[in-house]
Write a protein that binds this ligand. Structure first.
Ligand code: FES
Length: 265
């Protein structure tokens, strides 16, 4: 079965068994970018942690109230993200214009030294003199690769920015992950027009799949009906959505829940 659905953004119907987001006691260690050597500045709570037994979706919310530097152009902070591989978890977040925020690895692509704090529109590596621009592009070698960048969701007027941190769990599963129920990664991903989500149903059951904002607010229902056992797929049109990271979640009447990320470009 292959259904075509269009995203409906008005008056969404909530799935009755939906669970609220929980804030977690997991914290990010945040380091000031205003000093040459990193120092602990504050801690924040990532919003995107689901109920017990679930895992991080890998999305982090930085609220400007906690990080006032990000309110201002050229404001910059450095993060160290526990749980991510060291090479991926050291991130510098910089407001490079009123409308754009970047999240870059702070590790120089030459031999891995941390770059200096953002200054004069540049990141400089003191080890051997490489210089990168505000988007991580190489201005001066010996580095010959840009600083890796991470997807950021930020819209003018928002008082927060969200970062898709690599190396963390990309989906959360509740229920028996060894069972015949599964929600697969959509393809293509990232997507700009249509994308397909494939999912498996072990036995006859009611299935609901919802598209959610990164804050967990339901945008639309993609699936809500009884299913026979088997592999199913749904194709949805995301061209009407703003660029950014979204979540989609599958829930069944048997108690299975799984959530994944979807990126719209
Ligand atoms: S490690 Fe940065 S220039 Fe060599």
């Amino acid at each position: 079965m292959n259904d075509i659905h269009h995203i409906v953004t008005s008056e969404p119907t909530r799935i009755s068994s939906r669970r609220d987001f929980l804030r977690s006691a997991l914290a990010l260690s945040v380091f000031s970018a205003s000093c040459g050597s990193s120092r602990l500045l504050a801690s924040v709570l990532p919003d995107d942690v689901w109920e017990k037994d679930a895992k991080l979706t890998g999305l982090y919310t930085l609220r400007f109230g906690d990080f006032p530097a990000l309110r201002n152009v050229n404001g910059s902070i450095r993060l160290q993200v526990p749980g991510a591989p060291l090479s991926l978890g050291r991130i510098v977040v910089t407001r490079i214009s009123n409308t754009e925020i970047t999240a870059l690895s702070e590790l120089c692509t030459h031999e891995g030294c941390p770059v200096d704090p953002f200054m004069g529109g540049r990141f400089t590596c003191q080890c051997h003199g490489s210089v990168f621009d505000s988007r991580g592009r190489v201005l001066v070698g010996p580095a010959n690769r840009p600083l890796p960048s991470y997807p950021v969701t930020f819209r003018m007027g928002d008082d927060f920015v969200q970062i898709d941190v690599p190396g963390l769990v990309a989906s959360s599963v509740k229920g028996d992950s060894q069972s015949g129920f599964a929600l697969n990664q959509n393809y293509p991903n990232p997507a700009s027009n249509q994308t397909t989500i494939e999912y498996s149903v072990e036995k006859q059951s009611f299935v609901a799949i919802s598209l959610l904002s990164i804050l967990g607010k339901e945008i639309s229902e993609l699936v809500r009906k009884e299913h026979e056992a088997g592999i199913h797929r749904i194709t949805t049109d995301v061209s009407g959505l703003s660029r950014g990271v979204y979540l989609y979640r599958m829930e069944t009447s048997t108690g299975f829940t799984q959530t994944r990320k979807l990126t719209v470009i």
